[in-house]
Design a protein around this ligand. Structure first.
Ligand code: HPA
Ligand code: ZN
Length: 333
């Protein structure tokens, strides 16, 4: 049995494996500009976040029906469960679908079908986090929040993703205020490619509880001190950072230094179909590349549950943390 863990930074559209993309393309009569799954996979050589986003949004053309979203989420949950994931807080990008004429209800109902049976089928509890595309207007984000009102029972939190630089958190002040007023929790991507100031804005202007990525906090010691003092969780994605060239190699990733500084770090897969691994693979990779020992891996797993939105199920959180504490790395079976 793998180390139990929660995954808190996972874009469901980023779990679209090339083989499933081709199967859905055939089902929906969508023509992809690649010969086959191998050729598509060979295109996954990214320069930066923007070059990845181009391919990521393009491939979404195959996601059209409720069944497509159900199949996508089911495939992720099965795979994640196999790597020890027991709780997943899943991002989705509604604007990337509504812009193509896919109704918000299709997306949410399709995902919800897989999520509703996930605990029973895969042993994975779930939450949904609706992300706004920060390179779209604040008004478009507000319209998306408005359109989501019939589905608020299914959405735990709002998030902010897509092209970061030039799109500061402050652009979304009003929509985050409106989301908070609706009882939604708040997270945001900040400090992936953008400067440390964006992390401060996400905290001070958007009122987020967690920072997604937050890598660049390391450039400002006072900011690190604040994140430590306020116990703000960071959802780091080391394999993503290497593939999108935020760091040159995994060996140079600051995760270990961040943990040493006392930051509440979690590791996650971000877009596992594109970045070379799911979250269990990520744990394995940081163990190898950064020499994180068993107790450091246990800390990351414990943090993942501490940082999760399981407040409405503290019993489950306590049970999962107890499993982490009791986990025997010598006898993983
Ligand atoms: N960063 C920003 N937006 C995203 C990402 C990411 O890593 N993945 C999917 N959308
Ligand atoms: Zn992300």
């Amino acid at each position: 049995m793998p180390l139990p863990k929660a995954e808190l930074h996972l874009h469901i559209e980023g779990t679209l494996e090339p083989e499933l993309a081709f199967a859905l393309a055939a089902r929906n009569s969508v023509l992809l500009p690649y010969k086959d799954a191998e050729e598509l996979r060979r295109a996954y050589l990214f320069e930066d976040l923007q070059s990845f986003l181009h391919l990521y949004y393009g491939l979404m053309a195959v996601l059209n029906t409720e069944d497509d979203f159900t199949d996508l989420a089911d495939a992720y949950l099965a795979r994640a469960a196999g790597q020890g994931v027991r709780h997943a807080e899943i991002f989705f990008d509604p604007q990337a679908h509504t812009a193509r004429g896919v109704a918000l209800g299709t997306v949410i109902e399709g995902l919800a079908r897989a999520l509703d049976r996930s605990e029973e089928r895969h042993g994975v509890s779930t939450r949904l986090i609706m992300c706004f595309l920060r390179d779209q207007s604040a008004q478009s984000a507000m319209e998306t929040l408005e359109a989501a009102k019939p589905y608020l029972g299914r959405i735990a939190a709002v998030g902010l993703d897509s092209a970061e630089v030039g799109n500061p958190p402050s652009k979304f002040r009003e929509v985050y205020e409106a989301a908070a007023a609706l009882g939604l929790r708040r997270v945001a991507h900040a400090g992936e490619e953008g400067p440390p100031a964006y992390i401060r804005e996400a905290l001070d202007i958007l009122g987020v509880e967690r920072i997604d990525h937050g890598l660049r906090c390391m450039e400002e010691p006072e900011l690190v001190e604040r994140l430590v003092r306020e116990r703000i969780p960071l959802t780091l994605c080391p394999l993503s950072n290497v593939r999108l060239r935020a760091v040159d190699t995994l060996e140079e990733h600051p995760l270990r230094r961040m943990m040493d500084a006392g930051l509440l770090c979690t590791v996650n897969s971000d877009d596992p179909a594109y970045f070379g691994g799911y979250v269990g693979d990520t744990f394995h990779a940081v163990h190898e590349a950064l020499g994180l020992d068993d107790e450091r891996l246990r800390e990351l797993a414990r943090n993942s549950f501490l940082a999760s939105f399981l407040e409405d199920d503290e019993e489950r959180r306590a049970r999962l943390i107890a499993e982490v504490e009791a986990y025997d790395f010598e006898r993983p079976e």
